[in-house]
Write a protein that binds this ligand. Structure first.
Ligand code: GLU
Length: 293
């Protein structure tokens, strides 16, 4: 299988300029290294009817091209189940009955990092398990054997972050993002992951999980986000931020693309000219403050 990069949006609504900038970057990274570029719709959670079609339309309007058919996570449940079964067979999972509230209120284990699962359900006795199973459905957690894990990132260099007993399948049966993303990237031959740097802290969990599943760890590039004038991550409430909103105030897709490319220090005339000039080492490392319109 030839190597590939990807863009993997959650179809929760229209893409805004922050998402579009990440998509353009993922495309530039992939195409500049001769990779295929794949599109995966991460619709396990937070999917809104119609959003996928809007997202694909907007990516196409920017000139983003992708290879092969769009993949949807909801079509791939057997792959996720197989991975969880493999982990379970290796003794690397356990059932967890904690509510979010119980986790928040539990005393954290000594030296445990902030926000890490405290391990409440890790060593339940058979009797406890039976009792808890009768009360509510279980989530499946990873029985992690490490506390942290190192990854290498093209833009951030060496990065080591927390690995706790994170959820693989929620108690409503929905596969968790951290499991699905690892399984999908490996299955699709994706060896280059370019995405927003808000996901850098999750990356050690994913790389560790890939190693447990004997899957290759992709090359990572976590790119800076787009922020509003208060420095907060751009959101729909920040005014005209989608291609639809911007077109309505007289800014066509081509002009939005130019703004995004120029914010990256690249020529804005066309995607081809940006591709020719693209150099990851020269990319800005700070968030882009959306100038607003
Ligand atoms: N679906 C995730 C999002 O839209 C991105 C996941 C990824 O790129 O790994 O935030």
């Amino acid at each position: 299988m030839t190597s590939a990069g990807r863009f993997a949006p959650s179809p929760s609504g229209e893409l805004h300029v922050g998402n579009l900038r990440t998509a353009l970057l993922a495309w530039l990274f992939a195409r500049s290294t001769g990779r295929r570029f794949l599109l995966r719709v991460e619709d396990l959670d937070r999917a809104r009817a119609g959003a996928e079609a809007e997202q694909l339309r907007d990516l196409a309007a920017l000139g983003v091209t992708w290879d092969g058919a769009v993949v949807r996570q909801t079509d791939r449940e057997p792959l996720y189940t197989a991975a969880i079964t493999e982990l379970a067979a290796a003794g690397l999972t356990y059932e967890c009955f904690c509510t979010r509230r119980e986790i928040q209120e539990a005393p954290s284990a000594p030296h445990a990092p902030q926000g890490a699962y405290p391990g409440t359900c890790r060593e339940l006795s058979t009797a406890e398990l039976e009792f808890k199973r009768s009360a509510r459905p279980a989530a499946i957690r990873l029985r992690s054997t490490v506390a942290e894990w190192p990854v290498q990132d093209t833009l951030h260099g060496a990065y080591t972050g927390v690995v706790d007993d994170f959820v693989l399948r929620r108690n409503d049966g929905v596969t968790a993002y951290n499991l699905a993303v690892v399984v999908d990237d490996a299955d699709q031959g994706i060896d280059q992951v370019v995405r927003g740097d808000d996901l850098l802290p999750s990356t050690p969990r994913q790389a560790y999980l890939a190693s447990l599943l004997h899957m290759p760890v992709p090359e990572y590039a976590h790119v800076p986000l787009v922020v509003n004038s208060d420095g907060a991550r751009l959101a729909k409430r920040d005014g005209a931020v989608t291609l639809g909103d911007l077109a309505a105030v007289g800014i066509p897709a081509g002009a939005v693309r130019r703004m995004i490319l120029e914010s990256l220090g690249l020529p804005g005339e066309s995607l081809e000219s940006a591709l020719e000039a693209f150099d990851p080492a020269a990319l800005p490392r700070e968030p882009w403050v959306w100038p607003g319109v």
